[in-house]
Design a protein around this ligand. Structure first.
Ligand code: NDP
Length: 400
């Protein structure tokens, strides 16, 4: 069917690449292009004997628009799947515009010097993408990603209007380390040490980091502490889902993780302000990343399950209704299949599906869109087919 260029070759990209190779009918060719080419070559050498997908590799600095344009022009992919870091979103979008190539990512742009998660920078490209006749699909991971597809599906099939959404992200996995992050430590720590927030009646309500705590009993995992966080999909879902009065995001954390994080914060190790060290400038959080376990190596050690989903409350035929859509994913099953833990898996599978939606023309609209703006049905079907089956509950326990 076509060719996809995947930028980045870390934890999430590795899963997406495995999945593209399982789906050779759609992904006839892929190019893995990243900063460290040796990682791309290692993955190609492992996967090429197992797949009909023709795998090419390249070195690229995705901060450099001209380099990206040259590479895209030489490979001519139908879609660029951005699985590098949020800092690269805008340069990759610029290169897609210049080459008229569709764009897909899993996380919204974030400037390097401020931990700020907002869509405004990427939404500013709407007209340019429309005029170029190409699609930018924003946030095709799990959250954002599947949570948006779940919301669009709930609105389409189960509700006339949705008034409340609680997104619950539970990781019941145990990697045996006192402290490690499940995806890029720098991005992860920037996210969880920021102030919390949620949207109520169209306004952002801000909280102190980890100020709001609830306990929830997750199917497949059991009872866990969860904390309200700011999360990027709140911004787009509050605009795109009809009738929203309040939308919140909760993530589970164990006590050991929180105690370590607090200590690291207290000594200044999570700061993104550069400091001078032995005559050169370093960013404490980037140094911390260098000493923490690489998330890509956690797969073999992690046992347990994730359970991520959305609880909806709203109206159907003028009656109150509640509905819970979620996926349960087992760390060790993921590891056996693709050599990664479930956090990378639950992000990499929807990234492949998002690229597939565009390559197959099932999602076909020029402009910049968040995932919930497309028809959820083919994506929901693909989740069941490609390893993230969903479950539903019409009488869930609610979060107060
Ligand atoms: P990793 O750090 O494991 O991988 C990032 C990759 O990008 C690495 O291969 C890195 O290269 C490459 N890279 C970084 N900078 C550049 C650059 N300038 N040019 C080219 N390549 C570059 O991160 P993850 O795989 O954990 O995360 C990938 C993305 O997925 C992130 O944006 C993250 O926010 C997002 N994510 C989204 C989730 C969701 O549910 N929506 C959940 C989890 C993650 P090198 O190998 O040289 O370091």
């Amino acid at each position: 069917m076509g060719k996809c260029m995947i930028i980045g070759c870390g934890g999430v990209a590795s899963v997406a690449i495995h999945k593209c190779c399982q789906n050779s009918e759609v992904f006839e060719g892929i190019m893995i292009a990243s900063r460290t080419k040796s990682k791309c070559d290692t993955l190609r050498d492992k996967l090429q004997p197992t797949t009909k997908t023709v795998i090419e590799t390249a070195q690229v600095n995705a901060d450099n628009v001209d380099e990206l344009i040259t590479l895209i022009n030489s490979y001519k992919p139908d879609v660029v799947l951005n699985l590098a870091l949020p800092y690269q979103d805008l340069t990759i979008m610029d290169a897609c515009l210049a080459t008229k190539t569709h764009y897909v990512d899993t996380a919204n742009y974030e400037p390097l010097d401020t931990a700020k998660f907002e869509y405004k920078w990427q939404w500013a490209y709407r007209e340019k993408f429309e005029q170029a006749g190409i699609t930018a699909l924003l946030g095709s991971g799990f959250d954002p990603g599947v949570t948006g597809v779940f919301s669009a599906y709930a609105l389409k099939h189960e509700f006339d209007e949705i008034n409340y959404i609680d997104i619950l992200d539970c990781n019941g996995g145990d990697h045996g380390y006192p402290f490690a992050t499940n995806f890029n430590p720098e991005i992860n720590i920037r996210e969880v040490s920021a102030k919390g927030s949620y949207i109520e009646n169209g306004e952002w309500v801000e909280t102190e980091p980890m100020e709001i705590k609830r306990v929830y009993n997750f199917k497949g995992v059991g009872e866990k502490d969860m904390y309200l966080l700011h999360h990027e999909e709140l911004e787009s879902l509050a605009l795109n889902i009809k009738g929203i009065k309040r939308i919140r995001f909760f993530m589970t954390f164990g006590q050991s993780y929180l105690t370590h994080l607090k200590c690291l914060e207290n000594v200044g190790m999570t700061s993104i302000e550069p400091i001078m060290y032995e005559g050169r400038e370093i960013v404490p959080l980037q140094f911390l990343k260098a000493v923490l376990p690489d998330p890509a190596t956690l797969g073999s050690r992690t046992v347990g399950k994730t359970n991520i989903g959305c609880i909806f409350r709203g109206k159907k035929d003028s009656k109150d209704k509640t509905y819970y859509l979620y996926n349960i994913c087992d760390h060790q099953e993921c590891y056996r299949e693709v050599g990664s833990q479930a956090i990378s898996y639950t992000t990499g599978v929807p990234a492949m599906i998002g690229a597939m939606m565009i390559m197959t023309g099932q999602w076909n609209r020029a402009g910049v869109y968040n995932i919930e703006e497309f028809d959820p049905d083919p994506f929901m079907k693909a989740l069941n087919e490609w390893g993230l089956p969903w479950e539903e509950d019409f009488n869930p326990v609610l979060v107060d």
